[in-house]
Design a protein. Structure first.
Length: 233
């Protein structure tokens, strides 16, 4: 059986088209089944708060509260993207105590490194006049999150034949990565390169001009010694 060159070319082209369609389908299937697309890490602005329970008769912050507020102020100084607000309850049983403690809270935040111009005191309404509502300190910061895990919309046994992951697959990994990132802004763009070490550069240039080695000495075998503690006697 003879096949002409034209027929062979047509068969080859058809095979390539079918392979291309199959590849496109596989790529689309892989993209729809990618846990990074199903559970994306979102970088958003979210509030960070510290609630201080205050009794109606309190007029002085304890040392423990002062230390906590100072630590919270230090975090706001390094992680916040704006000022710090002190929200004092209004219309509650401890309203007077909240206004008495507000200046002390400002001082504790300043001790933590928050500039005085970035501290703002406001009030929030409380519906129950007999309640002892907390004083809330808060600031906005950039946070990374991957949403809530534990969604199981489909039967786990239904995707075995289709060779696809379950919906919750990869969610914990994404959530842990978002929680461990020190600066969530690093997920958006790399940090700027810092300034060069002028002192170290001067030392290297000095050795280069003098014809000396500019790199550290490395001896063969360093760091590769085998301990004899577990050897046979």
């Amino acid at each position: 059986m003879r096949i002409s060159i034209k027929a062979l070319g047509a068969i080859t082209s058809l095979a390539a088209m079918l392979a291309g369609c199959q590849s496109a389908q596989n790529s689309a299937s892989m993209a729809s089944n990618d846990y990074r697309l199903r559970h994306p890490i979102l970088v958003t602005e979210q509030p960070e708060t510290l609630d201080l329970p205050v009794a109606p008769g309190t007029r002085q912050l304890s040392h423990d509260y002062t230390a906590r507020i100072a630590a919270f102020g230090s975090e706001a100084r390094s992680q916040g993207i704006g000022g710090v607000q002190i929200l004092v309850p209004s219309g509650s049983a401890n309203e007077s105590a909240g206004h008495s403690l507000a200046p002390q809270i400002r001082s504790a935040l300043a001790r933590g490194g928050v500039p005085a111009r970035q501290i703002e005191v406001k009030s929030y309404p409380v519906g129950d006049p007999s309640a002892a509502a907390p004083i809330r300190i808060g600031y906005d910061r950039v946070k990374a999150s991957a949403g809530t895990c534990g969604h199981w919309p489909d039967n786990l046994g239904g995707g075995i034949g289709a060779n696809v992951d379950n919906y919750n697959f990869g969610c914990a990994t994404q959530a842990n990565l978002a929680a461990m990132v020190d600066n969530p802004a690093d997920l958006l763009a790399p940090r700027a390169v810092g300034a060069a070490d002028q002192n170290r550069r001067a030392v290297v240039f000095g050795k280069y001009r003098a014809g000396e080695r500019t790199a550290s000495d490395y001896k063969e075998g360093d760091g590769a010694k085998i301990s004899s503690a577990g050897g046979n006697n």
